[in-house]
Design a binder for this molecule. Structure first.
Ligand code: PGA
Length: 243
């Protein structure tokens, strides 16, 4: 049985004070069957970890080197020292604006696992790739490269079609199910089917309180990575407490 996982990705939003109030409030309103997590900006992590209660707290990125001359970057060892639970890697915004590659994502996943932090590995095709029928090809390449040689059961994967992120144009639950099932099938070829069955695969892209239940009802969709709808306590509470 895979426990559902719903993570709010706050991106470059929320103050330190507001993030602490939010996580305290969420502990009161959380009645979810899912494991619930929040990924704030780095400077919020310390205070949020201290007040996290049953909510998981994670970072939105980590550097792929252990330490050294990488001005402006944050190391995995610092995240471990802060005791974060998970770290998002390979988000499409990082792939697009910071040229993050599948090989760097794979290195980051290994470093995170060595430091007992759950990697949340994001994959997804662009609008152009979707329109040209390339989804399957893109997802296969991204999964094969970013998820190679990992203790994959300890990772979560998020399928996020780029055309659905922040656009309000969410993928249908059929598309989400079909691609998440495909990801599981690829993992079965890379590992084995028991291992693939144990991995949590989430959908992300314009998930809201009004459509979360549809996604969660799909056999191979084990959760959601939520951007915009995770920024307000009321909408995120309704979303995580989906019925
Ligand atoms: P969105 O973002 O929910 O605002 O579409 C999702 C994400 O980028 O993880």
């Amino acid at each position: 049985m895979r426990q559902p996982l719903i993570i709010g990705n706050w991106k470059m939003n929320m103050s330190i004070a507001d993030s602490v109030d939010f996580i305290k409030d969420l502990n009161e309103t959380n009645n979810s069957v899912a494991q619930v997590g929040l990924a704030p900006q780095y400077p919020c992590l310390n205070d949020m970890v201290k007040t996290k209660g049953e909510i998981l707290v994670g970072a939105q990125n980590v550097n792929d080197h252990l330490s050294g001359a990488y001005t402006g970057e944050v190391s995995v060892e610092l995240l471990a020292e802060l005791k974060v639970d998970f770290c998002i890697i390979g988000h499409s915004e990082r792939r697009m604006y910071y040229n993050e590659t599948d090989s760097a994502i794979n290195t980051k996943a290994k470093l995170l696992l060595e430091n007992k932090i759950m990697p949340v590995i994001c994959v997804g095709e662009s609008e152009e790739e979707y329109d040209n029928g390339k989804t399957s090809e893109v997802i296969t390449r991204q999964i094969k490269e970013s998820c190679a040689d990992l203790d994959i059961k300890k990772c979560a994967i998020a399928y996020e079609p780029v055309w659905a992120i922040g656009t309000g144009k969410s993928a249908t639950s059929e598309i989400a199910q079909s691609v998440c099932a495909q990801i599981r099938a690829i993992l079965a070829t890379m590992y084995d089917s028991n291992t693939a069955d144990a991995v949590r695969i989430m959908y992300g892209g314009s998930v809201k309180e009004t459509n979360i239940a549809e996604y969660m009802a799909q056999e191979d969709v084990d959760g959601a990575l939520v951007g915009g709808a995770s920024l307000k306590i009321d909408s995120f509470t309704s979303l995580i407490n989906y019925k």
